[in-house]
Design a binder for this molecule. Sequence first.
Ligand SMILES: C[S@@+](CC[C@H](N)C(=O)[O-])C[C@H]1O[C@@H](n2cnc3c(N)ncnc32)[C@H](O)[C@@H]1O
Length: 347
Amino acid sequence: MTPDTARAAAADPAPWVVPLEVPSLVSLPDVGLAGPDDLIEWLWMRLGEEGLLAIDEGSVDVAVAVATGLVPGALVIDTAAAPRQRDWVAEQATRRIELVLADEPAARAGLELLTPIAGLSIGPPRPAPAVPPVVQEPVAVPGFGWVLPPGAGLGRPRGRHGAQGDGRVIIDAGTGFGTGLHPTTRLCLQALARHAADGGRLDRVLDVGAGSGILGIAAALCGGGHVDAVEIDPHVHGAIVHNATLNGVAARVRLATALADVAPLPEGGARPATAPYDLVFANIVAPVLVELAATLRPLVARPGGTLILSGLRGEDVATVAAWYERLVGSPPTIHDAEGWHCLVLRT
Ligand SMILES: C[S@@+](CC[C@H](N)C(=O)[O-])C[C@H]1O[C@@H](n2cnc3c(N)ncnc32)[C@H](O)[C@@H]1O
């Protein structure tokens, strides 16, 4: 690094991005032919100590995955094959990935390493877009009430009331999906409010794909008893505990990483069983809902149990509705907002 570039780096330490298009095979120096995953591992070895902060391996929208044939249109997934089939990024003929490097000199050094690699297409390095600080405002969810930032207090937030609803849940944003802004979450909160207003049972609640914990916590605040929050991503478990504590319901929320962890063991098992649940939320993408259907069935109270399924695009509704109608024995009520759909089923 020259004194000039060193000065520039000190003045502008913002991360830089190097975009790459990676075909199914590239030729790595000292390694030979390698696939995209090998390239990613190699990049960490070569640049991990040289300012490589992250590699965004890309993502594939469900609609794009179906349209391009990466997943079968029917979204019918054999459970054993599901993890492999859901790895849609890996199925793409050309992977678009982005390297995030500590600063411009690190990005230039990365470029020097990458340029000789045959088959790689390298985009121009650029400064990473600035991430705006999270400024949380109270979020109105008509029919339910409000999702409030910490510190907003439990008093009345400004704005419209009445049909708005009286529910209030405090969520510290930036810690797991579920801030009240996304239509899929809002549809679930509205379904919860209707369930509570109709006198639906809430003694035992299951929140599958808990994210920030918002749905299970809101149910606990609406008069719910015990809540099991199942979240596959252990990085957001701390957020669920934090949010449950902010709302004063932590003692009633139990965490698990997999649905199997809250399912009762076969007879003779030692695990305390909370099932059957009066109310089950699952706001997850359609393939996972299909995959979980058979496991969820025995966990829902019969009769009198309610299932609230969300995260569905229009094209997913028929498949998911058919699976769950078969399991539950009655058709769903369907609610929608901004292109997203939510199914409510009663046993
Ligand atoms: C769309 S977010 C929903 C978060 C929150 N419940 C809400 O409604 O806003 C889906 C969450 O499900 C989790 N998830 C995905 N597959 C899962 C699985 N098989 N079991 C449990 N959680 C899963 C994801 O990590 C993510 O946090």
